[in-house]
Design a protein around this ligand. Structure first.
Ligand code: URP
Ligand code: ZN
Ligand code: ZN
Ligand code: ZN
Length: 463
């Protein structure tokens, strides 16, 4: 396998910023040294002068081809992981789904069937548990041993993914004994369904009502409840797609008590708001996801949470549905709009823009987008850093390039961009996946199937 030398760049990890050359051999980082201090030779030399050399992004929350509301998320593993590569993300953790009446193993097999041999970047799985009973609880142990060490449970979506508090407690107790990590979608789905029914009865049918019925208070209430359940179980907890400042406050309180409780937010909650949901002419449907976008004031609480480590991870919840034909399913009724936004390609750039704007440091950018998701989900230090022994998943990032986000130029298989027209300073130039280029000077040179399945260890973020 080719030796590659990356020279003259600024290497940024969660821990350090170093002007260093990076030597890659056999798909791994083998050494870092001061520029010019060594006599290394290589088959290929990449000049990274004036560029950043950063770990490939780890997106711990995607839904390729996810069935939802009678349709499927529009990115396949092939198109979605190619878009990930374009955006500097080299590992995704997608959600396999246990169907009602089915086993966890069957769900996992079905997701391998969709993904294996098709991915452009490396991939791993979490498991969505939608049917918690004796045998699925037992199965959790074998999944943890086999590298699927995290389980998403829902207090939302009654009749679909919903679990009651007893089921969630049982799954947490099992996780406490087998090293698994419970991930919670925390919204009070039963209360939300009442508010949906009442809104529709009043004739409120537009997309903006999606945000109104899925109240911040009901996110906070469910967040509080899953925190207490995890405390009773003695299990760690990871709350996904946090959007309400009241939910951040619940996480902060728990962390100040010393509980192993973690939170993730997503770029859409940091950069978009209910103003987008209220866009006229059904345009608001483009921004329907759950948890929903919130009024602008919530954004500041999320940024503060990211700076103070009340929130630890930014992943995308990438779950795209085309405006034409998919989002349109809810033209007459907001509750029929498939939930989810595209984002796997734009996460690293949007967070770099936050660096440019002084909201987070460069090291924090890499920490929340690469290192912590890798540690949280048992992928570190293979993924998430640039260090001897790590996989050579490396992005050469041009921090000075200007770009405009647009559906006309993105690579995700979706007919709109939630960030249409947004100016970003910074752009991915070259991406190595285990030492091999997949993006080379803004040209895609990879293949479906370059991405390998990565079995994960248990959560390493408890220290
Ligand atoms: O709206 C969303 N988030 N769709 C994906 C499914 C989920 O709950 O994460
Ligand atoms: Zn420099
Ligand atoms: Zn969710
Ligand atoms: Zn999701």
């Amino acid at each position: 396998m080719a030796r590659t030398l990356i020279t003259g760049g600024l290497v940024i990890t969660a821990a350090d910023e170093l002007h260093a050359d990076v030597l890659v051999d056999g798909g791994r980082v083998v050494a870092l040294a001061t520029h010019g201090s060594h006599g290394w030779t290589a088959d290929r030399v990449i000049d990274a002068a004036q560029k950043y050399v950063v770990p490939g992004g780890v997106d711990a929350h995607t839904h390729m081809e996810m069935p939802f509301g009678g349709t499927f998320a529009s990115d396949t593993f092939e198109t979605g992981t190619r878009a990930a590569a374009w955006g500097g993300t080299t590992t995704i953790v997608d959600f396999a789904i246990q169907s009602k009446g089915g086993s966890l193993g069957e769900g996992l097999d079905a997701w391998h069937e969709k993904a294996d041999g098709r991915c452009a970047v490396d991939y791993a799985f979490h498991m969505i548990m939608s049917d918690v009973h004796e045998s699925s609880l037992r199965e959790m142990d074998s999944l943890v041993s086999a590298g699927v060490s995290s389980f998403k449970l829902f207090t939302a979506y009654p009749g679909v993914f919903f679990s009651d508090d007893g089921q969630i407690l049982r799954a947490m107790q099992r996780a406490a004994s087998n090293g698994g990590l419970v991930m919670a979608h925390a919204e009070n789905g039963l209360a939300i369904d009442v508010l949906v029914e009442q809104a529709l009865a009043r004739g409120e049918r537009d997309p903006r009502h999606h945000g109104e019925v899925r109240k911040a208070l009901l996110e906070a209430e469910a967040t509080h409840r899953v925190i207490k359940l995890s405390q009773v179980a003695g299990a760690p907890l990871y709350v996904v797609h946090v959007s309400a400042r009241e939910a951040v406050a619940e996480l902060a309180r728990a962390r100040h008590e010393g509980l192993p409780v973690f939170g993730e937010t997503c770029p859409q909650y940091l950069f978009l708001s209910t103003e987008n949901l209220a866009e006229p002419g059904f345009e608001g449907a483009k921004y329907v996801c759950s948890t929903p976008l919130r009024p602008k004031e919530h954004q500041e609480a999320l940024w503060r949470g990211l700076r103070t480590n009340e929130l630890q991870v930014v992943s995308t919840d990438h779950c795209p549905f085309c405006f034409k034909g998919q989002k349109e399913l809810g033209r007459a009724d907001f509750s029929k709009i498939p939930n989810g936004l595209p984002g796997v390609e734009t996460r690293m750039d949007l967070l770099h823009q936050a660096v440019v704007e002084g909201r987070i440091s460069r090291r924090r950018w890499i920490e929340i987008a690469c290192a912590t998701p890798a540690r949280m989900f048992g992928l570190y230090p293979k993924k998430g850093t640039i260090a001897p022994g790590a996989d050579a998943d490396i992005v050469i990032y041009d921090p000075h390039a200007e770009q405009t986000l647009s559906a006309a130029t993105h690579h995700m298989n979706v007919d709109y961009s939630p960030y249409e027209g947004r100016q970003i300073t910074g752009r991915v130039e070259t991406v190595l996946l285990r030492g091999a280029p997949v993006i080379d000077g803004r040209v895609y040179v990879g293949n479906a199937g370059d991405g390998a399945y990565v079995p994960r260890g248990i959560c390493q973020y408890l220290d």
